[in-house]
Every structure is written in structure tokens, then in C-alpha cells.
Write a protein that binds this ligand. Structure first.
Ligand code: IPE
Ligand code: IPE
Ligand code: MG
Length: 238
């Protein structure tokens, strides 16, 4: 919602970089995978809160293309969590929520991949919040994938070069149909995007916090939303 003076009250699209799981576990002398387990529970709580307060698009960074270089046992623990949480979220989330997975699914096991595709198919017509989960996602990979799709359409005669615009190109991205990110939240104290939604964040407002993702809660979300509500978005105007 935008007020007449350009102040935005509630972001339409929130992106969240859930960082700090490993450090949260380390601080407690626990293995990193327990930090991820705690982080997954927080993911579910924050999803429910965003749905309740009327956020239309919510996108989480769950696993980046760069995270593929992590040790095998940590990746296996993450894959197990994805499997469990996709089932839980799908069974428990508001039945109007539409789920979309961003990224190259071919990286995942056939059973996880099938689950992702089934959830997307079954929720395609849902008209509530769109929940996007970036798994094996990279912003550069997203743009390359969109460029290849565009090139194929042009070379096969379905699209003209002049028809390549910001809008038509956006519709080739994994986030096709979703608006640009309004508010990007990153927990865990790092001030970077780490290759997340680089095209879609062209005019995003950023909110960074030192809070580690497993400690992120409604009060912390409220701080991010309050900060967003106080920003003046000019989009290059005066
Ligand atoms: C973010 O937490 C979750 C994933 C990347 C899957 P990290 O695992 O990066 O936690 P830190 O940054 O090492 O604390
Ligand atoms: C970003 O966190 C990726 C996810 C949260 C899934 P990282 O921990 O991988 O990012 P860097 O390595 O600190 O940039
Ligand atoms: Mg990290």
C-alpha cells in the first residue's frame, strides 16, 4: 500500500535471506545442522505471520547455487530438512497459499524434485499469498536461464528482438508474474545479497540485522516492517 506522499506502509513482496543458522548452533556447541533445523521452524512461523498480516509475495533464500560447495554431510542434512518441511508446510499452510520454487530443480533427488513439482501443480490456482522458496537458486543463474529462454523464443520466431523489454524479460525469470522485491531482509549480520534476486531487487529497500535467523521472531519482523514504513521510495524521482 502506498500513501499519497509516496510512503509505503506494507511491502507487497518481501525477500528474506535466512542467514546465521550455523553460527547460532556453534554458539551453543551444537552441530550446524541443528541450527538449520531451528531455522526451518522459524521459516514456518514467519510464513504464517506474513500470511496473516496480508503480505502478498514472500520469498525465502533456502539454498544458493554457491551453497553446493558445502560439505556433503551438511548438504544431506539440508536436503532431509527440505523434504520434511515441504511436506509439513504443504499440509499445514493456509490452503490458499501458492507455492513456487525458484532455481534449477535438476540438482535435487528425484523424490524431492517430484514433491516440489507436485506442490507447485496443486497450488497453481491458489489465490492467497505466493510463497516462493529459492532452492539451488542464484541470481545470475536466473538471468542466464531467462536469457536462454528469450533467445530460443526469438530464434524460433515466437518473439521479436524489439519485444524484449524489462517486463517481458521479467516474465522469463523464475519469479515470473511476481512484482519486484519491496523489502529485502537479511539476518546474520552480513551486508550483502549473496547472489539472491539481483534483478528483482533493483529498487528494493534493504533491512539488515545482526539477529541470527533461528532467533528471528515476530518482534524482529515488526522492526523490519516499521523500518520499511518509514522509508521514502523515490524510484529516481524527486
Ligand atoms: C544460512 O545459514 C542457511 C543456509 C545457507 C542454508 P548458514 O548456514 O549460512 O549460517 P552461518 O552463516 O554459517 O552462521
Ligand atoms: C546466503 O547465505 C544463502 C542462504 C541464506 C541460503 P550464505 O551464508 O551462503 O552467504 P555468504 O556465503 O555468507 O555470502
Ligand atoms: Mg551464512
Amino acid at each position: 500500500m502506498t500513501l499519497s506522499d509516496g510512503t509505503c506502509v506494507l511491502p507487497q513482496h518481501i525477500g528474506i535471506i535466512m542467514d546465521g543458522n550455523g553460527r547460532w548452533a556453534k554458539k551453543r556447541g551444537m552441530p550446524r545442522k541443528l541450527g538449520h533445523r531451528e531455522g526451518a521452524a522459524v521459516f514456518k512461523r514467519i510464513t504464517d505471520i506474513c500470511n496473516e498480516i496480508g503480505i502478498k509475495y514472500l520469498t525465502f533464500y533456502a539454498f544458493s547455487t554457491e551453497n553446493r560447495k558445502r560439505p556433503e554431510d551438511e548438504k544431506n542434512a539440508l536436503m532431509d530438512l527440505f523434504d520434511k518441511y515441504l511436506t509439513d508446510v504443504w499440509e499445514q499452510v493456509d490452503k490458499n497459499v501458492k507455492l513456487v520454487f525458484l532455481g534449477d530443480k535438476s540438482y535435487f533427488s528425484p523424490s524431492l524434485r517430484e514433491k516440489m513439482i507436485r506442490i507447485e501443480d496443486e497450488s497453481r490456482s491458489h489465490i492467497g499469498m505466493t510463497l516462493m522458496i529459492a532452492m539451488n537458486y542464484g541470481g545470475r543463474d536466473d538471468i542466464i536461464y531467462a536469457a536462454k529462454k528469450t533467445a530460443e523464443l526469438v530464434s524460433s520466431g515466437y518473439m521479436k528482438t524489439e519485444e524484449i523489454t524489462e517486463d517481458t524479460f521479467s516474465d522469463m525469470l523464475y519469479t515470473a508474474g511476481a512484482p519486484d522485491v519491496d523489502l529485502m531482509i537479511r539476518t546474520g549480520g552480513e551486508y550483502r545479497l549473496s547472489n539472491f534476486l539481483i534483478w528483482q531487487c533493483a529498487y528494493a529497500e534493504f533491512y539488515f540485522t545482526d539477529v541470527l535467523w533461528p532467533d528471528f521472531d515476530k518482534a524482529e519482523l515488526d522492526k523490519a516492517l516499521d523500518s520499511f514504513a518509514s522509508r521514502k521510495r523515490r524510484f529516481g524521482g524527486v
